[in-house]
Design a protein. Structure first.
Length: 258
């Protein structure tokens, strides 16, 4: 299940992640879920950073106040609309699930992390096994802070832009130690999904296949064994992995928090 950013919707997010979709074709089905709260078109900003222009009214997972506004840096008391978003996700799990994992970008990544935390607090009862957080961040709403007090027992992959001016690297990194088992990929880009980086797509696909293979048996046993064997060898040899994408645009760092 895929969660889009603030001011995006399921269709625009599907366009943004097109290169990644091609990489996992035949392995994983992506279901793009609309955040339930509409934003008036006048509040939406055109975004062409990744070649996609968003001119229509977008959507939000929650707002900082009653004026239908949201800023990931702003501390606020409440998270208006958050509970109804959780209810909508609950309903989607009932009617469209089961889902192996959740992938979220920016506010969608923050929402995905909160769903993981709710699951750890036994306030979200549907089962899933991993999360991919792209430019995710910790919510600044005071009503969410208790959710970050327990270690989250879900496999997580964090994709972080070294030059992200919307969600800075350090703000995304705050989420990493909240998960008991986390992997991190850094790229040199900004606030977008670097789908043109073949290396990055390979890392994400590897993470997805590993989790799906180990939990749902979606990959044949022979392939599953090779994937698990590769992971164990890398863990034993390095503890962390650094790969320089020579001919590729993006430099990759993969750090394993074993």
């Amino acid at each position: 299940m895929c969660f889009s950013d603030f001011r995006q919707d399921a269709d625009s997010f599907k366009d943004k992640i097109g290169g990644f979709k091609k990489s996992i074709k035949g392995t994983t089905e992506l279901v793009f879920f609309n955040a339930p709260h509409e934003i008036p078109p006048a509040s939406c900003i055109s975004n062409t950073e990744n070649g996609v222009s968003i001119l229509k009214g977008g959507r939000s997972w929650w707002f900082c106040d009653e004026s239908n506004d949201f800023n990931s840096r702003t501390e606020c008391e409440e998270a208006n609309g958050f509970e109804s978003s959780v209810n909508a996700i609950n309903q989607a799990f009932k009617t469209q699930g089961p889902f192996d994992g959740i992938l979220g970008f920016s506010q969608g990544g923050a929402m995905a992390a909160l769903i993981c935390a709710l699951k750890e607090h036994q306030a979200f009862m549907h089962d899933f096994h991993f999360v991919v957080l792209i430019a995710g961040f910790q919510s600044r709403s005071k009503c969410h802070q208790y959710l970050y007090t327990k270690p989250i027992n879900i496999q997580s992959l964090h994709i972080i832009g070294e030059n992200d001016s919307c969600v800075s690297k350090d703000r995304s990194e705050v989420l990493i130690p909240l998960f008991k088992s986390s992997s991190v990929v850094y790229h040199e880009g900004g606030h977008f999904i670097p789908s043109k980086s073949n290396n990055l797509c390979e890392d994400v696909v590897f993470h997805l296949r590993l989790n799906i293979a180990s939990v749902t048996q979606a990959i044949p046993q022979t392939n599953k064994d090779s994937v698990l064997d590769r992971t164990e060898k890398l863990r034993n040899r390095w503890g962390f992995i650094i790969v320089m994408g020579g001919a590729h645009k993006y430099r990759r760092f993969i750090k394993e928090y074993w």
